[in-house]
Design a protein around this ligand. Structure first.
Ligand code: NDP
Length: 300
């Protein structure tokens, strides 16, 4: 397959490239193609801008993972605009290229996040849940998905990836948490009862490849393990795996003061179930958090 991939240099994208690059022909959209070659190797093509393309006729699939990191900087109005524009504008440009193609790619897989569901307390949510929410993460994801879904027609199917907390050593939330937990300074946040819907990086990549290869799949999919945990359970499992105590607790007010509105990513949560992936035959390799942590931390 010939695949156009945005975000290929990122945490998830670079792992996906490793799996696809020897069996498929990849074009990576990267703001810095030289860095992309250095990171990913030279057996792919890196382009700096979609302006290099008049249409998508030559591609069989597009996978769209690019976006300004959501949790790197406080959500000032300027940063919120950067988070939105880096997803919405790029996705809109891709949709325009689909429309300009006589033979558009059959598959468009585009990012989203479980932030789509807003804060749902202890209630189970799946792809069929009806969500009314005015939080920033919901608004980002809802519009991002709506734009991507415009590419859907009789020639092209669209899958959107409602992605949970991806855990792996090379990036994402776990990489940020590890230094404190290794020092025995980690622990739950707020009352620790907020839900964390996590997914192992290997299952994340396998699920994207599953959606790529299963022509009947379309619409929104939750990419989360079948066993979400509370923040407290997550902290305890990580401390146990590292053989460290789990005694500290970060009060919500400290995070609210330090992070502002962005603290809601940690102090809130949602219990998301991957109903569609499970029903449609995807097998998770890492269903239990202990197993996932063991693999990630032992592999180092
Ligand atoms: P990363 O932050 O690791 O990588 C995303 C890529 O997007 C970067 O490599 C970069 O590519 C590109 N990018 C970054 N900022 C911008 C910008 N301002 N404008 C345009 N492009 C930009 O993301 P992940 O791999 O962790 O995640 C991939 C997608 O999945 C993201 O959209 C993310 O929101 C979503 N997601 C991830 C989760 C996770 O736990 N990791 C959870 C939920 C959703 P380059 O520099 O080459 O242009």
């Amino acid at each position: 397959m010939k695949i156009l991939l945005t975000g290929g240099t990122g945490f998830i994208g670079s792992r996906l490239v490793k799996h696809l690059q020897f069996s498929h022909e990849l074009t990576i959209l990267s703001r810095n193609p030289i860095k992309a070659y250095q990171k990913l190797g030279h057996n792919l093509l890196a382009i700096p801008s979609l302006k290099e393309l008049n249409n998508l006729n030559e591609y069989d699939a597009v996978i769209n993972l690019a976006g300004e990191p959501i949790a790197n900087k406080r959500w000032s109005e300027q940063q919120k605009k950067r988070i939105c524009d880096s997803r919405w504008v790029l996705t809109e440009q891709l949709v325009e290229l689909f429309a300009k193609s006589d033979q558009p790619p059959q598959t468009f897989i585009s990012g989203s996040a479980i932030g789509y569901y807003g804060e749902q307390g202890q209630q189970d949510v799946d792809e069929a849940s009806i969500i009314e929410d005015d939080s920033f993460p919901h608004q980002v994801c809802k519009t991002w998905e709506q734009i991507a879904l415009k590419a859907a027609n009789e020639n092209t199917r669209v899958c959107v990836l409602r992605t949970g907390v991806v855990i792996g050593i090379e990036g994402g939330a776990l990489a940020k948490m590890l230094p404190a937990f290794r020092l025995g300074l980690g622990g739950p946040v707020a009352n620790g009862q907020q839900q964390m819907s996590w997914i192992h990086i290997s299952d994340m990549v396998d699920a994207i490849i599953f959606l790529l290869n299963h022509q009947q799949c379309h619409g929104a999919y939750n990419l989360t393990s079948p066993n979400p945990v509370t923040n407290q359970q997550f902290s305890q499992a990580l401390s146990k795996q590292l053989n460290r105590p789990c005694v500290f607790r970060a009060p919500a007010w400290v995070l609210n003061t330090a992070m502002g509105e962005m603290a809601s990513l940690i102090t809130g949560g949602q219990k998301v179930l991957p109903k569609r992936l499970s029903n449609e035959g995807f097998n998770f390799r890492y269903k239990e958090l202990d197993h996932a942590f063991k693999e990630i931390l032992l592999r180092r």
